[in-house]
Structures are given as structure tokens and as C-alpha cells.
Design a protein around this ligand. Structure first.
Ligand SMILES: Nc1ncnc2c1ncn2[C@@H]1O[C@H](COP(=O)(O)OP(=O)(O)OP(=O)(O)O)[C@@H](O)[C@H]1O
Length: 267
């Protein structure tokens, strides 16, 4: 298997006249936690949807462990776990039933299912709450349940779109600690989008700063800050590479609405 978990080369995607992804080149190395950062409307979710094969790759190339996402969709899907920004857990099912549903959908062999579901729940700290309805879970527990849903198929590349949006700082830390623990135990690679610069600094090995469809910088958080000078934060770096227009432009009603909806449902 290729040493690169993910390679995007000249990736472009447009919705009608809106060019959401305008030529993205990036490589995520096997085993790293890679952060894709950017304001609302930067194109992060669209790029991720191309990687997950939920959207086609009309221009450029996406390769997951050496498999072309346009030509070898099923192979790529089997290597991926995906936690979308919109909530995917069913509140009318227990935690265990939610994860078991994903195990069936992802074709986890029947004989192994019970144990794999239990292990996924355990790995996100939900073993004790497994048989409670998800409707009774806190926001942080719901996000960890979704993590378990994605982990049950033992993905090689886990893709998380805003996994901590709307959570309080303690719940955010809880989600990250479980992601880290799973990474330490397996050779899983993680691609994560976030608006939270502090999380990216603390948990990501490398980050790509995306703005208006393109990658403006790609480095370790420490090196990015170093390049800007003493006492610089990742947010300062972002302002520098984006060259202004961070708050007023990109995104628009659609993306703000979707982010807010998720945030309000988990809080
Ligand atoms: N289904 C769609 N139809 C039309 N335009 C869309 C659609 N999805 C995204 N866009 C537009 O594409 C651009 C990139 O959006 P995208 O959701 O990829 O950004 P993002 O960086 O993920 O933002 P957020 O942080 O809010 O999720 C935005 O201008 C957005 O309005």
C-alpha cells in the first residue's frame, strides 16, 4: 500500500458558477493527523466530499492509498471512515444499535460484529452508556458515538468534518483524546476540518490553511508560527496568508446555516 494516505492533485469542483475548490494540491502522509482549516465557505467540505467519493472528481485527481477515487470508488470507500458535519446518529436507537447499523452497512463480517461494535464503543468511552437511547446522550457523547460508527469498519483513513463544533471545551477535549488514543493503537490516518485554531495547534501534526478554494499554506503548526515571528498564533498566520476578508466574505447563508444547525443540535 502507498505510503501516502491521500493525495489531491489540481482538484477542482464547482457548483454552477461557484468554484468551491479551485485547484487543491495536498498530500497526507500515512499515520498523521492532518488538519484542513478555513473559514465558512473556504471549500473544505466540498474537497472532503470529493475524497469520500460522495461528489465526483470533475477535474484533477484524488488518490487514497494509491487508489484513484474517480476510477476505483468502491476500493476507496472501503478504506475510509467518515463523520460528516451533519449529525448522523439516530436518537431513537441505543448507542450499540447505532454502531451495529454501521457495522452492517459496512459489511463487517457477521461473526465479528458483536465484538467489533463493543470495541468501537469502548474506544470512545461509551461502553457503559452503550444500551441507553442516543436521545439521552450529551452533545459530546453523540459526537463520540459518531466516531464509533466510523471506527467500526476499522478505516485506514478517518475523515472528520468539524467533529467538535458546538461542544464545550471539556467535551471537545474528550473527543480529541479518544481520536488520539485510537491513532496511537492503530496506524490510522486522520483528516479533520475545524474552525478551532487552538485544536489544530494542539492535535494536528500538519495543517493546511484553505481560503476561497485554494490552500494558502501547508506546514506543521509550529513551523507556520515560527515563520511569522515571535508570539504569532495560528490565527495570525491565517490572517496573513488569507490577506483579509476572513470574516465578511466566503460561506454565505447555506454554509452558516448548516454549521449552526449541527452546533445547536449537539449543545
Ligand atoms: N450544494 C451546494 N450548492 C451550491 N453551492 C454550494 C453547495 N455546497 C457548497 N457550496 C458553496 O461552495 C463554497 C464552499 O463551501 P464548503 O461547504 O465546501 O465550505 P467549507 O469550508 O466547508 O465551509 P464550512 O466551514 O461552513 O463548512 C461556498 O461558497 C458554498 O456556498
Amino acid at each position: 500500500m502507498s505510503d501516502d494516505a491521500l493525495t489531491c492533485t489540481g482538484l477542482r469542483y464547482s457548483f454552477g458558477g461557484t468554484e468551491a475548490v479551485a485547484g487543491v494540491d495536498l498530500t497526507v502522509t500515512r499515520g498523521e493527523i492532518f488538519g484542513l482549516l478555513g473559514p465558512n465557505g473556504a471549500g473544505k467540505t466540498t474537497a472532503i466530499r470529493c475524497v469520500t467519493t460522495l461528489l465526483p472528481v470533475p477535474e484533477g485527481m484524488v488518490s487514497v492509498f494509491g487508489h484513484d477515487a474517480a476510477r476505483d470508488k468502491m476500493r476507496v470507500r472501503r478504506l475510509l471512515g467518515y463523520v460528516p458535519q451533519q449529525l448522523s446518529a439516530d436518537s431513537g436507537l441505543t448507542g450499540r444499535e447505532n454502531v451495529a447499523l454501521f457495522a452492517r452497512v459496512f459489511d463487517v463480517p457477521r461473526k465479528e460484529r458483536g465484538e467489533r461494535v463493543a470495541r468501537a464503543l469502548e474506544s470512545v468511552g461509551l461502553a457503559e452508556a452503550a444500551d441507553r437511547l442516543a436521545a439521552t446522550y450529551s452533545g459530546g457523547m453523540v459526537r463520540r458515538l459518531e466516531l464509533a460508527q466510523a471506527l467500526v469498519s476499522a478505516p485506514k483513513l478517518l475523515i472528520l468534518d468539524e467533529p467538535t463544533i458546538g461542544l464545550d471545551p471539556i467535551a471537545r477535549t474528550g473527543v480529541w483524546e479518544h481520536i488520539n488514543a485510537v491513532c496511537a493503537e492503530t496506524d490510522m490516518t486522520v483528516l479533520v476540518t475545524t474552525h478551532y485554531m487552538d485544536e489544530a495547534e494542539q492535535y494536528c501534526d500538519r495543517v493546511a490553511l484553505m481560503h476561497k478554494g485554494t490552500i494558502r499554506a501547508l506546514e506543521t503548526p509550529a513551523r507556520l508560527k515560527e515563520q511569522l515571528g515571535a508570539n504569532a498564533t495560528l490565527e495570525d498566520v491565517f490572517r496573513e496568508v488569507a490577506g483579509g476578508g476572513l470574516t465578511e466574505e466566503g460561506g454565505g447563508f447555506r454554509s452558516v446555516r448548516s454549521t449552526r444547525r449541527t452546533a445547536s443540535r449537539v449543545s
